[in-house]
Design a binder for this molecule. Structure first.
Ligand SMILES: C[S@@+](CC[C@H](N)C(=O)[O-])C[C@H]1O[C@@H](n2cnc3c(N)ncnc32)[C@H](O)[C@@H]1O
Length: 342
């Protein structure tokens, strides 16, 4: 074989290897797609008791051919099983992905598939100067609030620890979402005054509903924190959980300043937030920041140093910065007053 022919063969093998590599990398997308479709179209429920594709298509009024393909993928990725010629959803999919399950993490799949992926696919045109889309908080508010709430289980013990170390009798949660942190606090410390402010009407309605049904006494305010006059009396703790991306980096000082004016002498501020460039979880931090930066009205997360500097400028000292999920770059941050005014 001529040298040229040998080189061409090697070149072709390398190209094939590259194509195979990307094809295989993309296969990891399939389970998330399958779960998302199953969650959104309530398909796992159709196979809860075991069903044939024909029966399920008829009962749920679905396209049989498409359903068959979805079932084939589900069998391949292990979300469905075939037994006695019937298809069964696995217990894990029924518990964690079905919309009717109280343990469902479906909103996370919805956020990934309906918000993050479409936005990231817009990058080529955004890079070339196409106008950035506006994040529709009214429309997607309930989904993002539900997704953030998935972090509560891990983050709440850190909050309890902080409260035990500080003299806290009243709490204000800015951008409280469904009020999960406040509800959990009322369970462990029923004597505290608990106030939440939330700008999304539907989210605050859901928060009120959950608060009523769990019997806890939360004071929920439907307003934009930027416009709100604040509580009648200073509070001992202000929480800002997963809200920094709604505030322009230049305006975050004002956010801290306004919050600081609402805390009592010795009062503190805590934040739960992704932090950029921490040295771990950078893939997630970069993905978040790519998503945020691709919107007209969302902003990237700061680094720890930026946050520390900003807090310092407002007479606040970062006395705690502890990972909540290190690989997700989520941190619990505690700010105490230094006594130094600007
Ligand atoms: C990502 S969710 C986080 C919810 C909750 N804090 C948590 O960590 O689970 C952010 C919430 O902040 C609310 N929010 C954003 N900017 C706000 C503002 N200026 N005033 C009041 N709420 C705001 C949004 O509507 C949204 O529900």
């Amino acid at each position: 074989m001529e040298v040229r022919a040998v080189l061409e063969t090697i070149h072709e093998w390398k190209k094939l290897y590259q194509a195979r590599k990307w094809m295989k990398q993309n296969a990891t997308f399939l389970p998330a797609w399958h779960a998302y479709v199953g969650y959104t179209a309530e398909l796992f429920e159709c196979f809860a008791e075991g069903n044939t594709v024909e029966e399920a298509a008829t009962q749920c009024n679905l396209d049989k051919g498409l359903l068959q393909n979805w079932v084939d993928v589900g069998l391949a990725v292990g979300h469905l099983r075939e037994r006695d010629n019937r298809i069964h959803a696995t217990p894990a999919m029924l518990s964690y992905v079905s919309p009717s399950s109280p343990d469902s993490v479906g909103p996370l799949l919805q956020e990934l598939m309906e918000l993050h992926i479409p936005t990231l696919l817009q990058y080529p045109s955004l890079l070339k100067g196409e106008e950035k889309p506006v994040f529709e908080n009214d429309r997607f508010g309930p989904t993002v609030a539900a997704t953030s709430a998935l972090l509560e289980k891990l983050a709440f013990p850190k909050l309890v620890h902080w409260i035990k170390a500080h003299d806290v009798h009243s709490v204000l949660d800015i951008g409280c979402g469904h009020g999960g942190y406040l509800r959990r606090l009322s369970e462990v410390r029923g004597d505290m005054r608990l106030i939440g402010i939330e700008q999304n009407e539907e989210v605050v309605r859901q928060a009120q509903e959950e608060s009523n049904s769990s019997g806890c006494k939360l004071e929920l305010v439907h307003d934009d924190f930027n416009r709100w006059g604040g509580p009648e009396e200073p509070v001992d703790l202000i929480m800002m959980n997963n809200i920094l991306h709604y505030f322009e980096p230049d305006k975050r000082c004002q956010l801290l300043r306004k919050a600081k004016q609402m805390i009592s002498l010795g009062g503190t501020i805590t934040l739960i937030s992704p932090v950029n460039k921490t040295g771990s979880g950078q893939a997630f931090a970069s993905a978040f920041n790519s998503f945020m930066s691709a919107h007209e009205n969302l902003y990237p997360f700061p680094t720890k140093e930026e946050l520390e500097q900003m807090a310092g400028g407002e007479g606040l000292r970062m006395s705690l910065c502890q990972p909540v999920i290190r690989e997700g770059s989520w941190y619990f941050i505690g700010l105490e007053q230094t006594g130094e005014e600007r």
